[in-house]
Design a protein around this ligand. Structure first.
Ligand SMILES: Nc1ncnc2c1ncn2[C@@H]1O[C@H](COP(=O)(O)OP(=O)(O)OP(=O)(O)O)[C@@H](O)[C@H]1O
Length: 127
């Protein structure tokens, strides 16, 4: 999604618990450790990116592309990428015991655009 959206969309923060992630990820645990370090502002962040990149992040991870779909008066958020960043946010949330805000690039989408990602599971996406 990043290729199409480039710098066009606004960056927002959405509570982690409000973002639906329909596809199970395949994970590199070392990358998640380094991302958690970035969020905590620790130097180990540079394990999966350069020291300069980590410094530029300033305890932030790049925003995750999130589809934003309106259905029957409610807004639903869906993510299909950002697997490692979500795992890092999950861990920070578990460690702190509180809700975490996720930096997102919100992409307005329709139900039929969402169906391109989830196929016949579309109706299960809204509950
Ligand atoms: N330790 C880190 N600290 C800060 N940023 C990082 C770190 N590791 C990777 N990044 C940056 O995070 C972004 C996403 O990285 P990557 O694609 O590897 O993970 P991801 O969250 O699983 O995303 P996707 O599923 O979309 O590939 C990249 O811009 C990358 O440069």
């Amino acid at each position: 999604m990043s290729i199409q959206t480039g710098g066009l969309l606004k960056i927002s923060t959405i509570p982690l618990s409000e973002i639906r992630r329909p596809i199970a990820p395949v994970l590199d645990l070392q990358k998640i450790d380094a991302m958690v370090s970035t969020l905590k502002g620790l130097p180990e962040a540079s394990k999966t990116c350069t020291k300069e990149e980590a410094a530029a992040m300033d305890s932030q991870l790049p925003p995750i592309d999130v589809l934003c779909v309106r259905d029957q008066g409610k807004t639903y958020y869906f993510a299909f990428g950002g697997c490692h960043r979500f795992q890092a946010y999950d861990r920070i949330s578990q460690e702190s015991g509180s809700e975490v805000q996720v930096r997102c690039k919100l992409i307005p989408a329709t139900r039929s655009q969402l169906s391109l990602y989830v196929g016949s599971s579309l109706d299960d996406m809204f509950d």
